[in-house]
Design a protein around this ligand. Structure first.
Ligand code: SAM
Length: 228
């Protein structure tokens, strides 16, 4: 029998954004490794998925990884899900996938939403080529990286936490310039979804009230790009 680990993409906000194949896989596997089992329970309840969960998150050490690998090697099938979106994109998912591949376990991706591709698809920014940074470093190297966006020939894409979003806009203003075009995806697929396009200066003026809450993806266009 083939040992299998399914990598299952789940919604980034709207619980209806899940594929038939993802739901069926989550029902069929012997267990689910979830980043936050309480968060994922809402999704499982919505689709009557009764499969047992075990947690696998950023703080899970090697022992937990091995425990999951050992269960798969003993014949159980496992689905890995993250809090939202596609496991392995700016979350701890890759650690389990890496360990599984080393053990000869077959990885089966079940594709679906990601905050990254969701914003790219709607931005209308040049994204046939782009650089994705995930979360920017909090301290060391942050300023240098942001400065490097100034000369970049292709769009730069970052994830940002709610706490640092206003700070990031100010940093872009200072290091990249107020005229640079950005696209902000806030609360994508959720009730208060906002896809905002404009200059950094306009963004600083716009995002200054309740609209600094939520989850954010940012696309920073190359200097040559204008919204005309
Ligand atoms: N693996 C996920 C994916 O495929 O998008 C990303 C996981 S990362 C830990 C979480 C970050 O993704 C958030 O801090 C935010 O930057 C972005 N994100 C997730 N859901 C989002 C949403 N609904 N709207 C905007 N950004 C979102």
């Amino acid at each position: 029998m083939k040992m299998k680990l399914f990598i299952v993409a789940t919604p980034i906000g709207n619980l209806e954004d899940i594929t038939f194949r993802a739901v069926q896989t989550l029902k069929d596997v012997d267990f689910i490794a979830a980043e936050d089992t309480r968060q994922s329970k809402k999704l499982l309840d919505r689709y009557d998925i009764e499969t047992k969960m075990t947690s696998f998150h950023a703080q899970s050490g090697d022992a937990k990884t091995l425990q999951i690998i050992d269960r798969i090697k003993a014949g159980e099938t496992c689905a890995l899900i993250s809090d939202a979106g596609t496991p392995g994109i700016s979350d701890p998912g890759f650690r389990l996938t890496r360990a599984a591949t080393k053990q000869g376990i077959t990885i089966v991706p079940i594709p679906g939403p990601s905050a990254l591709t969701t914003l790219i698809s709607a931005a209308g920014f040049p994204t046939d080529k782009f650089t994705f940074h995930g979360f920017l470093p909090h301290k060391k190297g942050r300023q240098t990286l942001i400065k490097s966006f100034t000369e970049a020939a292709q769009s730069q894409i970052v994830y940002e936490s709610v706490h640092r979003f206003p700070k990031l806009l100010k940093e872009l203003q200072e290091h990249v310039g107020g005229q640079r075009m950005i696209c902000v995806g806030r609360e994508l697929t959720k009730m208060h979804e906002e896809i905002w396009r404009g200059s950094v200066d306009q963004a600083v003026a716009h995002f200054n009230k309740d609209n600094t809450k939520g989850e954010f993806v940012l696309i920073i266009a190359p200097e040559s790009f204008t919204i005309a």
